[in-house]
Design a protein around this ligand. Structure first.
Ligand code: MRU
Length: 329
């Protein structure tokens, strides 16, 4: 299966796979304005930290080409979602070239796109080696949450990129994919990607994760990250912390796979990471079908923070960090 691109620059616009339509429809949409891109980010048409980094950088190119005040438009784009540091990072990297003009901004954005493709390949190789080493298994069984595949990056993913590499090596025994309420990135997107890969997987409800670890059903937990603080604390999709607790109790390695652009040395620890609270409607029902009674109150944090002592390893394109041994990024 050839790697498709989740997001790219095409002519004078950003093109991206509208992930809200998957798995029913794999449609590419064309976005020619910064406000259109902000809307796509907020409604999760494009999502996942590495893809958001590329979206941020390409968005500054859009701003340079179309906006009377590109810096102000870039600031709006930077604030579209708060938790994944990659969005702010991508915007800031491209903004450094604003004074040199549109071509220079676009050039930097395309470098970021290409670097993501290379980084995901490198993480896949290093992560696959590490998982076999940590688990002592030739063909490990992996548990994962949310979607960290090609849809969350440009071509291949982070944690799911490791799964893909294991599968390509003939070394994947199977995947337990958490469905990932409320927006079901696991059920809709990860299952779709694993199916396209031809990788063996089973979907499980989120609350089954820690119990299935206790029952010995997975050899390692692999997750992505939205922001890794300077001390190693890691923000990722809600449900990650529960898996980390379950993994520790079960003696299962808990591995974070993320590019260096997700490491935020300016944030000292996880309690300083802003956690996005999303629309109550996401919890009250599923895709427009209301489940909760009228008047139900909601709390909807989109992410949680796993403290560093529960993290066996962080794999980036350059290195392996061992937070549970006191190593910091
Ligand atoms: O709300 P989302 O779908 O953008 O959340 C995505 C995640 O939490 C991913 O695990 C994270 O961004 C890493 S993606 C490689």
């Amino acid at each position: 299966m050839p790697d498709m691109r989740t997001i790219d620059w095409a002519g004078d616009a950003v093109e991206l796979v509208d992930q809200t339509l998957l798995p029913g429809e794999c449609a590419v949409i064309r976005i020619g304005t910064v406000d259109g891109l902000i809307d796509a980010i907020r409604r999760l048409a494009v999502r996942g930290a590495p893809a958001l980094g590329v979206a941020g950088a390409l968005g500054v190119a859009l701003a340079a080409a179309t906006e009377p005040d590109p810096a102000a438009a870039a600031a709006r784009l930077r604030a579209a979602r708060p938790t994944a540091v990659n969005l702010a990072w991508g915007v800031d990297e491209a903004l450094k070239h604003l004074d040199e003009g549109f071509e220079a901004v676009l050039g930097r954005a395309l470098e970021i796109r290409d670097a993501d493709i290379a980084a995901c390949r490198a993480m896949g190789e290093r992560g696959a080696d590490l998982v076999c080493e940590l688990t002592g298994r030739d063909r490990p069984r992996i548990m994962t949450v949310c979607n960290t595949g090609g849809l969350a990056a440009v071509e291949r993913g982070t944690a799911l990129g490791v799964v893909q590499t294991l599968h390509e090596r003939g070394r994947l025994a199977g995947v337990l994919a958490l469905e990932t309420r409320p927006l079901l990135q696991g059920a809709r997107l990860t299952a779709w990607e694993l199916g396209r890969m031809g990788a063996p997987y089973r979907l499980v409800v989120d609350s089954a994760g820690p119990f299935l670890l206790a029952r010995g059903e997975a050899d390692a937990v692999l997750i992505g990250a939205d922001r890794i603080a300077a001390n190693g604390d890691t923000a990722n999709k809600i449900g990650s912390y529960a898996l980390a607790l379950g993994a520790r109790r079960a003696g299962v390695p808990f591995v974070v796979v993320a590019p260096e652009s997700t490491v935020d040395l300016a944030t000292p620890s996880g309690d300083r990471i802003e956690i996005e609270d999303r629309d109550p409607e996401e919890v009250l029902g599923v895709r427009g079908v209301r489940l909760a009674p009228e008047g139900a109150a909601v709390l909807n944090p989109a992410f949680d923070v796993t403290p560093r002592d529960l993290i066996t390893a962080i794999v980036t394109e350059r290195r392996v960090i061992r937070p549970d041994r006191g190593e910091t990024p």
